[in-house]
Design a protein around this ligand. Structure first.
Ligand SMILES: *[C@@H]1O[C@H](CO)[C@@H](O)[C@H](O)[C@H]1NC(C)=O
Length: 180
């Protein structure tokens, strides 16, 4: 996988040197290059772009470290919004089963938010060690566990959105750690 990734990186920079298609020379090339590089192994490039571009500054990010900052900041934001939605759902839960689901899920988010804030501070300071693990744990453990707990109970859609954000952010930070 790594060899393939490196090859792709080499190929895409070669295209730039030799004046490839003009889209590569566009100001959004850092984002485009990152998302193309991640694509085959993690997420489709268009999903990567649309997820990161929830923050419009994605397109003017000057380099990979800045994209990692945007990605982790968005993950904190999404987790915070998801937590608030679950609190709201808990307050309006109709039955005991739904209340239990929301309470357990809320607990998971309450534990995750401070860890994600730590991750965002680390990445902003250029420290990546331990960050992909925190991001993966949050998206996989927190979001997926809420989904499993829920069964037939409807969870706020923000839980699924947070999963995708955490998943993409983990890929971005891992990539930046290797090649940034
Ligand atoms: C969270 O992330 C998703 C990407 O999955 C995005 O589309 C969505 O707008 C975000 N939601 C909030 C409330 O921030």
């Amino acid at each position: 996988m790594l060899v393939g990734a490196l090859l792709l990186l080499v190929l895409s920079s070669a295209t730039e040197i030799h004046g490839g298609p003009s889209s590569r020379a566009a100001p959004c090339s850092t984002l485009a290059q990152l998302c193309t590089s991640l694509g085959p192994w993690y997420v489709a490039p268009n999903v990567c772009v649309s997820t990161l571009c929830v923050d419009p500054s994605c397109r003017s990010a000057p380099d990979l470290p800045e994209l990692a900052v945007i990605a982790t900041r968005l993950t904190v934001y999404n987790a915070t919004v998801a937590k608030a939605s679950i609190e709201h759902a808990l307050a309006h839960a109709k039955d005991g089963k739904a209340r239990k689901v929301m309470q357990s899920c809320l607990q998971l988010y309450t534990g995750a938010v401070p860890k994600l804030q730590w991750a965002a501070r680390s990445v902003a300071a250029g420290r990546y060690s331990g960050v992909p693990e925190v991001l993966e744990d949050a998206s996989k453990h927190v979001s997926s566990e809420c989904t499993d707990l829920a069964g037939k109970v409807a969870l706020p859609k923000e839980n699924g959105e947070f999963f995708m954000m955490g998943y993409v952010a983990k890929a971005v930070v891992e990539w930046v750690q290797l090649f940034g």
